[in-house]
Design a protein around this ligand. Structure first.
Ligand code: PEP
Ligand code: MN
Length: 336
């Protein structure tokens, strides 16, 4: 990080600034130019509050040279993170397919979809029990009862399960959950992220509706700073001015995040588009762009789904999608 000072800073204020920065365990390199003095901060600058320094009378500008995230930074972890979930691996060349309904609706629904997506090639079963709905009058999920149904589908199909948590108070119900999902709306629920940092379960962290890539990585940093390194990042589309699609899938986020971070990056083409017919082309595009996996909403009867039927594909459509993914996978992997 560099701090550019205004012309002729008052010596006492400068001494105070340097002493303060040193108190943060940083070494300071002072270079005096004709007009401006520049301070080079050497050490771990992740804790430095850039806004606080910028606001000082004697400071003209502050620039970060290194990224503010450390645990999630590929610079410090050159090798891809591989997350092992009951023998199924994600990342580092291991492609993960997560599929299932938006919401768990009944025992029959989740058990049947689980079997069908597994037969088609999915390694993980998804299903929401606690649902973050825009309207309080919409179906809110079966909550604890839904988690029980998902757990029995997990046993029946022998598939690890992925489901969303909305509040730290729900954690006791998540004992049998293999991957805990943090939804887009909760990406910056920092208290939730801190609690998840204390668990040892893999966390599937979805990008917020209007969040930058750096904000996503800083949220991953919250979880990792608490001691839980097992974070899977998920690009699920961001809000733009386009209204034909539910969101806009940011495909460039995949190779960009993979450059910045060693964490696995998966893509959710269902929420990214909100349109069932767009799921397959976007899933293929994401795979070709180097995604480490996909999370896809699959429903046996999308027209009657209690949530997100418009973007859900059927088990047979999922099967044809998986066949196409398998056909292009070696190509994307060769490019790694
Ligand atoms: C979901 O996966 O069902 C979901 C609500 O996703 P998101 O948080 O990405 O909207
Ligand atoms: Mn959904």
């Amino acid at each position: 990080m560099i701090v550019i000072l205004k012309e002729n800073p008052e010596q006492k204020q400068l001494d105070n600034l340097i002493a303060w920065l040193k108190s943060m365990d940083l070494s300071i390199h002072v270079s005096e130019g004709t007009h401006h003095t520049v301070l080079g901060l050497i050490g771990d600058t992740t804790i430095v509050d850039i806004d606080l320094i910028s606001a000082l009378d004697i400071v003209e500008d502050v620039k970060r040279i290194a990224e503010p995230f450390k645990n999630a930074n590929r610079k410090f972890h050159p090798d891809d993170m591989v997350i092992d979930v009951s023998g199924r691996k994600i990342g580092g060349g291991n492609f993960a397919l997560i599929a299932g309904p938006c919401s768990i609706e009944s025992a029959e629904q989740i058990t049947n979809v689980a079997k069908q997506v597994k037969d088609a090639g999915a390694q993980f079963l998804r299903g929401g029990a606690f649902k973050p709905r825009t309207s309080p009058y919409a179906f809110q999920g079966l909550r604890e009862a839904g988690l029980e149904l998902l757990t029995s589908a997990k046993r029946d199909a022998d598939m690890p399960i992925v489901t969303e948590i909305m509040d730290p108070s729900q954690l006791p119900f998540f004992e049998n959950v293999d991957i805990i999902q943090v939804g887009a709306r909760n990406m910056q629920n920092f208290e939730l992220l801190k609690e998840l940092g204390k668990t040892d379960k893999p966390i599937l962290l979805k990008r917020g509706l209007s969040s930058t890539i750096q904000e996503l990585l800083m949220s991953a940093e919250y979880i990792m700073a608490g001691g839980n390194e097992k974070v899977i990042l998920c690009e699920r589309g961001i809000r733009t001015f386009e209204t034909y699609t539910r969101n806009t899938l940011d495909l460039s986020a995949i190779p960009l995040i993979k450059k910045l971070s060693h964490l696995p990056v998966i893509v959710d083409p269902s929420h990214a588009t909100g349109i069932a017919s767009l799921v397959k082309p976007m899933a293929l595009a994401a795979t070709a762009a180097g995604a480490d996996g996909l999370i896809i909403e699959v429903h046996h009867d999308p027209a009657h789904a209690l949530c997100d039927g418009q973007q859900s594909i059927t088990p047979s459509e999922f099967k044809s999608l998986v066949d196409c993914i398998n056909a292009i996978l070696p190509y994307s992997y060769k490019r790694k």
